[in-house]
Design a binder for this molecule. Structure first.
Ligand code: GTP
Ligand code: MG
Length: 197
């Protein structure tokens, strides 16, 4: 898919204030610092479109971007960020659940997973919840440039084996790097395919 145009629309904390649900929407989520904002910039080839930061907890709101006037891309705050207060975390959980359950045009959630780490409980639990809510999702492994291809393959195999313990059918997955642009064509091709449905 050629990205002709990508622009920021709104930031907010409430699902009812999101842009009209008139086009397919893809939400990017994952633990703090996993590389959500960087991946969005890589996919759209717009450095600085989504704000990135070396310190976790940068993205705090539901951020909508419009791509090719055709689909929405959403940058969500990371979960599992230990340094925020319990109250703030509970608020975020509420906002996220409302978004996931009520956003009617949500076509797919992209769950970002750090390709260097073994399966993390918070990610497995999050994907379980998506399954229970019936929200379609794919797994997107990030930061593959930070290790060898062999290391990525080993971790990936371990991840899929872990998922196979609780899922009859494994979700689709993508292997990416915001630095080398690995996985860009595959992920954009997937989005294109869902958009045509
Ligand atoms: P929060 O908004 O805080 O939840 O973080 P995020 O998931 O949006 O992560 P962000 O994109 O801000 O990236 C976090 C850090 O990881 C930044 O220092 C990025 O430069 C770095 N990073 C992200 N993706 C990659 C990647 O593919 N390769 C490398 N080498 N670094 C990356
Ligand atoms: Mg971010």
């Amino acid at each position: 898919m050629l990205i002709r145009d990508a622009r920021f629309l709104t930031s907010n904390t409430r699902v009812d204030l999101c842009p009209p649900p008139d086009r397919p929407e893809y939400a990017f989520i994952g633990r703090s610092n996993v590389g959500k904002s960087s991946l969005i910039n890589m996919l759209t080839s717009r450095a600085g479109l989504a704000k990135t930061s070396a310190s976790p907890g940068k993205t705090q709101l539901i951020n909508h971007f419009l791509v090719n006037e055709q689909w929405y891309l959403v940058d969500l705050p990371g979960y599992g960020y230990a340094k925020v207060s319990k109250t703030a975390r509970a608020e975020w959980q509420k906002m996220l659940n409302a978004y996931l359950q009520r956003r009617e045009n949500l076509a797919c959630v992209c769950v970002l997973l750090d390709s260097r780490l073994p399966p993390q409980a918070s990610d497995l639990e999050f994907m379980e919840n998506l399954g229970e809510m019936g929200v379609p999702f794919v797994m997107v492994f990030t930061k593959t440039d930070k290790q060898s291809a062999a290391q990525t393959r080993t971790l990936l195999a371990a991840y899929l084996a872990k998922m196979a313990e609780s899922w009859d059918e494994l979700p689709q997955y993508f292997v990416t790097s915001a630095t080398t642009k690995a996985g860009r064509d595959e992920l954009l091709g997937f989005i294109d395919g869902v958009n045509q449905q």
